[in-house]
Design a protein around this ligand. Structure first.
Ligand code: FAD
Length: 423
């Protein structure tokens, strides 16, 4: 038979054991149906063929995976990044833009990929042909892979008809006028509402806090209510964080209604379930609902079109296809989680390419910096079930580098770019 990785001849001597024929005619014994256990064979042959990794996406998970693979598998692999946008934008910092702070950082993907030795294709994933290990792109190209990582992010959809639904790509444009109205005393009652399932947990709390502080600074009286299906504020971070955030919200005069589902039957009205409570406000600001990306050819057992993954972030039912980040069916959508999934997938892919590594299982640990209070707060928790355990909150950083998106490779990489840009 032929190696499923590099086309070198492989003879099965039993169901498990196999013998690999090197290009120089000698043999090696192993236990697989391909040459992964014999990667030196591939790399030292006269016609070395690196293992082809295709990463679809150009966001947090995609870049983290590209960096992790460079570290874990080095020259064994060649990586291509397939991304439609020319830039990576650091979206967590966009919440500050409507308050006239400096804009979130934009990083050209062409520079990053050149820097880390990755090929960039500015195009988009259209559909997958798993049998042939081919991705078909929007521009009509066929890209062959030995391993594929889907890091396509989520699709945003407004959930409430009569609300301003946040879109991080134009947050400043959406909220700048509202903040000016708060400053000018034209707006007195605001509701911030969260759909079920809860999308990214952090930004709605930050926006509510920052709006309250801006009103306070301008001596304006604004009543703010935050309505969320979570059973406590930022419940995913566990009890200690929820208690502290609840106090912080109270100190800022924000009324928080938890375990609540809402509708916006008319402009300025929020009806809350269970119960008959109604809020009458000047404006309603909502987080979007998140849906899985369009990926024909990929099995979609999960709700809302998210891509199912196992503990190694592999997509069950298709060989050599992995997924990470907001596109997956993991319930918590968060940059740090996207990065950890990317690292998990990168380990599995590096092992597949023959790197001497034992892939570990995805074991989510969530870190976040909450802005909007007097000082940034550093939140951490292990995620067990739907809640955080080992819940920690601190005014001092508890991870390094202490960035909004905690990512093993991407955070130090971007930090070094930022430092170099200042020189
Ligand atoms: C306002 C805001 C604040 C946030 N704050 C925090 C925070 O403080 N901390 C934190 O950890 N997280 C935060 N998040 C969440 C975090 O940004 C996301 O969880 C994270 O970006 C998810 O990473 P991802 O790679 O899965 O998706 P994304 O970063 O969204 O990247 C998806 C990529 O896929 C590309 N793509 C889309 N379609 C295709 C296609 N067909 N083919 C190829 N590529 C495609 C996109 O162009 C993009 O490059 C925040 C999010 C928002 C919106």
């Amino acid at each position: 038979m032929t190696c499923s990785h590099c086309s070198i001849g492989v003879w099965s001597s039993s169901l498990e054991a196999s013998v690999v024929l090197r290009n120089d005619g000698s043999e090696s014994r192993g236990w697989r149906d391909d040459c992964r256990g014999f990667s030196l064979v591939c790399m030292t042959s006269s016609n070395p063929q690196p293992f082809r990794v295709l990463i679809a996406g150009g966001g947090v998970a995609a870049l983290e995976a590209a960096l992790a693979l460079r570290d874990l598998a080095g020259e064994r692999i060649s990586t291509t990044l397939l991304a439609p946008e020319p830039e990576f934008v650091y979206s967590p910092m966009r919440v500050r833009e409507p308050f006239a702070y400096s804009a979130a950082q934009h990083y050209p993907l062409a520079e990053i990929t050149r820097d880390i030795g990755v090929e960039l294709k500015q195009d988009a994933f259209k559909w997958l042909e798993p049998e042939g290990r081919v991705v078909h792109t929007e521009a009509g190209e066929q890209l062959h892979y030995d391993a594929l990582l889907l890091a396509l992010g989520a699709i945003l959809r407004p959930r409430f008809k009569h609300a301003l639904t946040l879109d991080d790509r134009r947050l400043d444009e959406q909220l700048h006028g509202l903040i000016q109205d708060v400053e000018g005393g034209y707006v007195h009652k605001l509701a911030f509402v969260v759909p079920q399932p809860v999308p990214w947990p952090i930004p709605i709390y930050e926006l509510a806090l920052m709006t309250a502080r801006r009103a306070w600074d301008m001596n304006e009286d604004v009543s703010i209510t935050l309505v969320t299906p979570e059973d406590a504020p930022l419940a995913i971070f566990g009890r200690a964080v929820s208690d502290a955030v609840e106090r912080l919200l109270e100190e800022h005069g924000i009324l928080t209604i938890t375990s609540a589902h809402c509708e916006t039957p008319q402009p300025g009205q929020v009806s809350i379930h269970p119960g008959t409570r109604r809020l009458h406000v000047d404006r309603v600001i909502a987080l979007p609902e998140l849906l899985g990306p369009s990926t024909p050819g990929v099995p979609k057992a999960a709700a809302n079109g998210f891509i199912p993954i196992d503990v190694h972030c592999q997509v069950p039912g298709i060989e050599r296809v992995y997924a990470a980040g907001d596109a997956t069916d993991f319930a918590v959508k968060h940059g740090g989680i996207a990065a950890q999934q990317a690292d998990t997938a990168a380990e599995a892919i590096a092992a597949l390419a023959g790197a001497p590594i034992e892939p570990t299982k995805f074991h989510p640990l969530i870190h976040a910096i909450l802005l909007g209070g007097e000082k940034p707060l550093y939140l951490s928790a292990h995620i067990t079930g739907g809640h955080g355990s080992s819940s920690e909150i601190s005014e001092e950083p508890t991870w390094s580098p202490p960035t909004k998106i905690a990512a093993k490779y991407l955070a130090p990489y971007l930090e070094s770019r930022d430092r170099a840009a200042l020189r």
